[in-house]
Design a protein around this ligand. Structure first.
Ligand SMILES: Nc1nc2c(c(=O)[nH]1)N[C@H]1C(S)=C(S)[C@@H](COP(=O)(O)OP(=O)(O)OC[C@H]3O[C@@H](n4cnc5c(=O)[nH]c(N)nc54)[C@H](O)[C@@H]3O)O[C@H]1N2
Ligand SMILES: Nc1nc2c(c(=O)[nH]1)N[C@H]1C(S)=C(S)[C@@H](COP(=O)(O)OP(=O)(O)OC[C@H]3O[C@@H](n4cnc5c(=O)[nH]c(N)nc54)[C@H](O)[C@@H]3O)O[C@H]1N2
Ligand code: SF4
Ligand SMILES: [Mo]
Length: 774
């Protein structure tokens, strides 16, 4: 008899609720959960393929460990028991750190960590155990510019305002294509529907993108900007607002410092000055600024195409500067700070610790750290370059940097030369094939799901939790246990009960909470509180703890669990004890389709952690980077530049092994405008040779006027043609790795983020073009 079970989709940031159909232990179907309080039945083709992904025969079921020759030479990978796998880690990794210091172990965290409970809860503990400064994550291929700009503006790199999609009158969207990506740093199931609703209620949508994307087709206005120039455009918008006296920060004026300096800083960026560089007209820019100021409410929102670019931090900063200047920061219909159920409960406003950049630098190139991370683009050189502090071992959690980061060939060689490597990954792929131990997490149906990360970027406050829909296979640990045992193995406690890791984490969090006068548990006994936690597992107890101490939590007060009052976060009411939803794990489990915590509300000054306790509009590192942008006013590159793109049926590098998602229009083609194709002599479907400063590749040409002239586009995540992987479907249609065109030297300097969009390329027909035609 088939049964159904709810499961939040882990495949993108939209976090849709799915209803899985399960026969025995097999997922035979997935549809949108109409009762989900947030996604209301929305689903996309990836979510619909959940069963196929879950049952992928290439997925690893058992750990792989490497055999070594008598001389210690690295041999092949073979299946092994979990015990053998952890034993090998415990035997090999700690001695490397002991002999060469903590920095000799590098940690790489990939994107799926933000989609799993394990990836949200355990990496901080792993890093604490290792004490390495060599941390590299997908953020430096993605949103690090936003963390840096938020850190500088608001004092907290996680204080990221999200556009109030459902209430705004005017959305200016730059470098995002939510009709394919379903949104990012803006968790909104059915983003397309929400954009259509914006249009339907008379709102305005402007899309800035060098490609006429499906999102652009939905817009009132599409500006096909020249790639990499969004910061110029945004600076010009600010310039117009000042010049035409259209700035009106409202109540935030009191809370802001640096307004006069900001006005001076953008003075040179007149629409006339930036227009030629952006390839827009000054009139278009002025109109945009006036409309932004005139709209009853408006939100500016920028994502990957304005982030993983040359001036990514400046563009990310200007997005919020514009929201503030137009009075839209922290007001309904504008851009607001979400308050998730596992955030720290709001506390009294006041000066904070602030945000510092460059507290240390990378060993080889001297890149400054940002948010405790070094640029992923610098990983290969940190492994290859001899000397003290060289990375000799790597732990990669849910990461495939050989495809996702610049110059995968070099990284490929570097990883092959490591003394030891561990991957926690369900696939034997381009990166994990270098590991000495691969630890595979169970398929998603067998994992519980909670969105620690994305609830904090959601357009509506809500909370949902789904337990594993299918029980684990005998002997298969869940990913949290894998992480916990890995932590024990690297920290000299190999073999201890993995629950000790959770107990330690709970003990630490409770000790902090009871010592903090702003928590409801101040002064209470942490042991008594720990004993009150419920849940079937360590990670569930940890979730219970976060929920109960969070802004909507029951605060471990007895008798509050049944108040049933409105979902009012504690910190928003004058008296935090006045009630609230009284969240706890037990309470959440009573609501399998989630609990609505209400629309986003103004929260400032609450989120501010700057040293001044105010919004610091023109932080020094930003001011110091502006001359670089000023120099770009003179840029008029004549050649072609390359930008990326996403497809609805893709997910970075790792969904190409699901047959239903690989094929059709989801192809690794080089999109080029007909005029450019004709000039270079490229034929549709023929191979083009693409050359850039990092290398060359050949890709099939797709001629389309959806991409503007002067720009070509290749998607990332392809290039599945390396030996030694086990991804049969992906390997049969490998595509090419766009990141092979990069050598890792192009970075946004403040954030260390790789410039993945808007870098120069040269094109030629891969085979001599037939003459006498066209
Ligand atoms: N040129 C170009 N390059 C880009 C981008 C671009 O736009 N253009 N985008 C960048 C962005 S935004 C990102 S986020 C990065 C992503 O970069 P990565 O995080 O390195 O890449 P992913 O393809 O997301 O793969 C992550 C790995 O996680 C594994 N995995 C999947 N599910 C799980 C799980 O539940 N647990 C564990 N342990 N592992 C799992 C997959 O098998 C895969 O090996 O790529 C970046 N690279
Ligand atoms: N289907 C699917 N969904 C995904 C992913 C996926 O791989 N596939 N990946 C997930 C991840 S990790 C992330 S970070 C998000 C990203 O989510 P989005 O930021 O929405 O990513 P994209 O769809 O790549 O859209 C970026 C757009 O920027 C444009 N662009 C490129 N360069 C420039 C520029 O210089 N200026 C401007 N204005 N635009 C530019 C590109 O043409 C592209 O349309 O998507 C997530 N969701
Ligand atoms: S939009 Fe994202 S979360 Fe929703 S079903 Fe598709 S992949 Fe899953
Ligand atoms: Mo990403």
């Amino acid at each position: 008899m088939p049964r159904t079970a709810p499961r939040i989709c882990p495949l993108c940031e939209a976090t849709c609720g799915l209803t899985l159909t399960i026969e025995g232990t097999t997922v035979t179907g997935a549809r949108g959960d109409r009762d989900d309080i947030f996604s209301r039945g929305f689903i996309c083709p990836k979510g619909a393929s959940f069963g196929e992904l879950d049952a992928d025969p290439d997925r690893l079921r058992l750990p792989l460990v490497r055999s070594y020759g008598p001389d210690g030479a690295r041999g092949a990978l073979r299946e092994a028991s979990w015990q053998e796998a952890y034993d090998l880690i415990a035997a090999r990794l700690p001695p490397i750190a002991a002999a060469h210091g903590p920095d000799s172990v590098g940690v790489v965290l990939g994107n799926p960590n933000v989609h799993t409970i394990a990836g949200s809860l355990y990496p901080p503990l792993l890093l604490g155990a290792l004490r390495t400064r060599n941390l590299f994550t997908a953020s430096t291929l993605d949103q690090m510019p936003k963390h840096v700009s938020s850190g500088l503006l608001f004092g907290d790199p996680f204080a990221i305002p999200v556009p109030d999609l459902d209430r705004t009158d005017h959305l200016l969207l730059l470098g995002a294509n939510p009709l394919e990506s379903n949104g990012s740093l803006c968790t909104a199931p059915d983003f397309p529907g929400r954009l259509r609703a914006l249009r339907a209620r008379g709102g305005t949508l402007t899309v800035v993108d060098p490609r006429r994307t499906r999102t652009a087709l939905l817009a009132d206005r599409h500006l096909a900007v020249r790639p990499g120039t969004d910061a110029l455009l945004l600076a010009a918008l600010a310039r117009v607002l000042f010049e035409e006296k259209l700035t009106d920060p409202g109540p935030l004026a009191e809370l802001t410092e640096g307004m006069d300096d900001l006005r001076e800083a953008v003075r040179d960026f007149t629409p006339e000055a930036v227009a030629p560089a952006c390839d827009l007209t000054a009139g278009e820019i002025r109109t945009l600024a006036r409309e932004l100021a005139a709209a009853p409410t408006a939100a500016v929102y920028g994502r990957i195409g304005s982030s993983a670019v040359e001036y990514g931090t400046l563009a990310s900063w200007l997005v919020d500067v514009l929201n503030l200047l137009t009075g839209n920061l922290d007001r309904p219909g504008g851009a607001l700070f979400p308050l998730s159920a596992t955030d720290r409960a709001p506390r009294p406003a006041g000066p904070g610790k602030g945000f510092a950049l460059g507290r240390w630098t990378s060993r080889v190139a001297g890149h400054p750290e940002a948010k405790g991370e070094l640029p992923l683009a610098a990983l290969a050189e940190e492994i290859e370059t001899p000397g003290e502090g060289r990375i000799r071992a790597v732990i990669a959690l849910a990461a495939n940097p050989v495809l996702s980061a610049p110059d995968g060939d070099r990284l490929d060689r570097a990883l092959a030369g490591l003394e030891f490597m561990v991957s926690v990954d369900p696939y034997l792929n381009e990166t994990s094939r270098h590991a000495d131990v691969v630890l595979p997490p169970p398929p998603p149906a067998r994992s519980a799901h909670f969105d620690y990360a994305f609830n904090g970027f959601a357009v509506h406050n809500q909370v949902r939790y789904t337990r594993a829909a299918v029980p684990p296979e005998k002997g298969q640990p869940d990913e949290s246990e894998i992480h916990a045992r890995l932590i024990l193995a690297v920290s000299g406690a190999h073999g201890a009960d993995p629950a000790t890791v959770d107990d330690l984490a709970i003990g630490r969090e409770l000790a902090r909470a009871v010592a903090d006068p702003h928590t409801p548990v101040h002064g209470r006994d942490p042991h008594e509180l720990a004993a009150l936690l419920t849940g079937e597992s360590g990670p569930e107890r940890r979730l219970d703890l976060r929920l109960r101490l969070g802004p909507y939590g029951d605060g471990f007060r007895t008798g509050t669990a049944d108040t049933g009052g409105a979902a009012e976060p504690a910190g928003h009411t004058p008296a935090p004890d006045a009630g609230g939803p009284g969240l706890s794990l037990a309470r959440l489990l009573e609501h399998p389709h989630g609990i609505d915590l209400g629309p986003l509300r103004p929260r400032l000054p609450g989120p501010l952690r700057t040293r001044s306790g105010r919004i610091e509009l023109l932080p020094a590192p930003i001011a110091a980077d502006l001359p670089r942008l000023r120099a770009a006013l003179a840029d008029r590159p004549a050649g072609l530049v390359l930008v990326g793109r996403r497809h609805l049926r893709s997910n970075n590098s790792w969904l190409h092994n699901v047959p239903a998602l690989n094929g059709g229009s989801n192809r690794c083609t080089l999109q080029i405008h007909p005029e450019d194709a004709a000039r270079i002599g490229l034929q549709d479907g023929a191979l083009a040779r693409v050359t850039a400063d990092g290398g060359a590749l050949e890709a099939p040409v797709e001629i389309t006027d959806a991409v503007r002239t002067g720009v070509v586009s290749l998607p990332h995540g392809w290039g599945h043609d390396r030996p030694g992987t086990r991804t049969s479907v992906a390997s049969a249609r490998p595509g090419v790795n766009v990141n092979q065109l990069l050598d890792g030297s192009r970075l946004d300097p403040l954030s260390g983020t790789a410039v993945l969009n808007g870098f120069p390329v040269e094109l030629a027909p891969a085979t001599p073009a037939p003459t006498g035609r066209n």
